[in-house]
Design a protein. Sequence first.
Length: 424
Amino acid sequence: MLRWLFSLLFGSRDDGGRPAPAQRRKRPKYWRIGKIKLSRFQYGRRNRKLQRDELVREKPYAFAFRYPLHSKYIDRSGSGDSEKLARFELPDLRTPDDIAQWLGMPLGRVAWLTHITERQFRPQSLSEAHYTFHWMPKKFGGARLIEAPKPLMRKVQHQILRGILDHVPAHDAAHGFVKHRSVLTNAAPHVGQRVVLRMDLENFYANIRFSRVAAIFRELGYSREAALWLARLCTSGLPPRMPLPEGRGANLVRNYTARHLPQGAPTSPALANFSAYSLDVRLTGLANSFHANYTRYADDLTFSGGDRFLRSLRVFIPLVNQIITQERFIAQPAKRRVIRDNQRQKVTGVVVNQKPNCDRREFDELKAILHNSVRFGPASQNRHDHEDFYAHLNGRIAHIAQLNPQRGEKLRSMFRQINWANSP
């Protein structure tokens, strides 16, 4: 105000011929490029893409994206890193043609599997989907969507798993679906501890979106184009009219609408472990600073320690929640458990109070099922309608035998006495 009055009365002061300071240019609410009106945020994003990508006039490969404003193509195939690929002995795939040739099928069929021509890259009906969908009720309420790939998609994903993902090691704290690791190795660090803290991640697979999967393939050394195609082959999106489980609303489907890791695909466990790599690094460092142990089996997080760790839980738990949120996962407070050594400490189905052991109640329940199967036939005990009840019982016996060989042999002896001749 004083400067304005001074200039009004005495005129502007002589600045020695220096140019006036540049006025701050106010950004307009909208930008126009030709006839297209873009918001400021969209303009910034597209501007950065133009600076980052290489525009070419000739079509570099099949299905290359054509930028409408410049009538040029974006070549995303030149951004790969051969040194990274060679480090893990991964196939050098740069274009969709390379991926199709590596998979041993026509490019059009690979494009059909990715829904690249569909809206939002997802099927528009259940018949067009490459997965079969099944809602499975959770133990403590709610429902979980199982997305099992159909034969052709499963074949492609198995090749991606064997040819790419199996070559990359997971973090030392990850024990779920990792070779030479199991629920037993996951529970071993927590044996004989003063306190065990168990936490759970909500919608673990569904919260891992397409962008994170593509970023994993980029980090392995693949070009942007190859990473996008590989990520589409490993993710799923629900069709618009997806049947809901009984008593559930549309909010349940919302987590599965965008492309995500499907629970049921052979590639999902490995990609989930890679997606949680940064989470494992940070939680391992946090646990070490509190003189505690940390392991993760899929979405189950387990911490354990002595008296010092027990006294610091009030500080430790909020820090864990903060890291989980920063890594774009969601913690489930309802499933958090603090188990002291005067209680039964159970980690991924293994009792760890004094030594790794099976749960006594689980052993007694399975023993009763086997006893009744011997007396009345196995069909009378298949209350949950398992398609292969023989394999189901055999797997449960193998799990207990791994933890307690003596109890496992006792159950195995009863299993041999079952008459499977008349079972369906």
